[in-house]
Write a protein of this length. Structure first.
Length: 214
C-alpha cells in the first residue's frame, strides 16, 4: 500500500518538531520521518570559516534532488540511507541513518512547501504558524544550548538570512498548506483532529475492497 505522506512546514522555532514527535508518538512504530535539514548540500570544497558564512535558509542550500529521490524510494517501499547533517561542522556527516518504509512518512522542514517537487509528494500539507517573537526566542535557546553557538552569532544569522528568507520563501509557501496549525504540537485541539483524520485514512487503506455485487 502507498504510504500516507505528511509534510510539516513552518518557520524556524515554530513547533514543527514538536508536532512531528506527537504524531510519531500517536502512531508508534508506523512512522518514518525525513528531516529536510539533513539534506543540506555537502560543501567539502569550502573551509569551515567559509561554510559558516553560507546562507542556510535559502532553497539552494539543500540537495532537494537527493531528498525527492529518497522520498520516492520510501514511497515505493524501499529503505533508504538518509544523510546526517553535522551542525557543529556546518557540513554533511560521513554517517547515514537507515530509514525503513512505514505506512506514514513525515517530511519536515522550513522550505518543503517552497519546493514543488517535495510539496507535490505530500498527501497532507501542514503549516505550523507561530508568532515571530516566540520563534526567535526558541531558536536562540536551541542554538545556544544544543548547538553550542553564541547569542551574538544566532542574532546575526537571524537578521542577515533567517528573517529575510522567511519573508521571501517560507511565509508565502503557507498558501500551499491544507491546514495551518497555530503553535504546532502545543495545539491539542488541532492535534486531536489531525490524529483522527490520519487514523481514518489508515483504516480506509486497510479495509478490504468490496466484492463485486456486494
Amino acid at each position: 500500500m502507498k504510504p500516507l505522506v505528511i509534510g510539516i512546514a513552518g518557520g524556524t522555532g515554530s513547533g514543527k518538531t514538536t508536532l512531528t514527535r506527537e504524531l510519531v508518538s500517536s502512531f508508534d512504530g508506523r512512522v518514518a520521518v525525513v528531516y529536510h535539514d539533513n539534506y543540506y548540500r555537502r560543501r567539502d570544497e569550502l573551509t569551515y570559516a567559509e561554510r559558516c558564512d553560507l546562507n542556510y535558509d535559502a532553497p539552494e542550500a539543500f540537495d532537494n534532488g537527493l531528498l525527492t529521490e529518497q522520498l520516492d524510494r520510501l514511497i515505493g517501499g524501499e529503505a533508504i540511507e538518509c544523510p546526517i547533517y553535522d551542525y557543529s561542522d556546518h557540513n554533511r556527516s560521513e554517517r547515514t541513518e537507515l530509514i525503513e518504509p512505514q505506512p506514514i512518512v513525515i517530511v519536515e522542514g522550513i522550505l518543503i512547501f517552497a519546493e514543488e517537487e517535495i510539496c507535490s509528494r505530500c498527501d497532507i500539507k501542514l503549516f505550523v504558524d507561530t508568532d515571530a517573537d516566540v520563534r526567535i526566542l526558541r531558536r536562540i535557546k536551541r542554538d545556544v544550548l544544543e548547538r553550542g553557538r553564541s547569542v551574538e552569532s544566532v542574532e546575526a544569522q537571524y537578521l542577515q538570512t533567517v528573517k529575510p528568507m522567511h519573508e521571501l520563501h517560507v511565509e508565502p509557501s503557507k498558501r500551499r498548506a491544507d491546514l495551518i496549525i497555530p503553535e504546532g504540537g502545543g495545539n491539542l485541539v488541532a492535534l486531536d483532529m489531525l490524529v483522527h483524520r490520519v487514523q481514518r485514512q489508515l483504516d480506509g487503506a486497510l479495509d478490504p475492497a468490496p466484492r463485486a455485487g456486494s
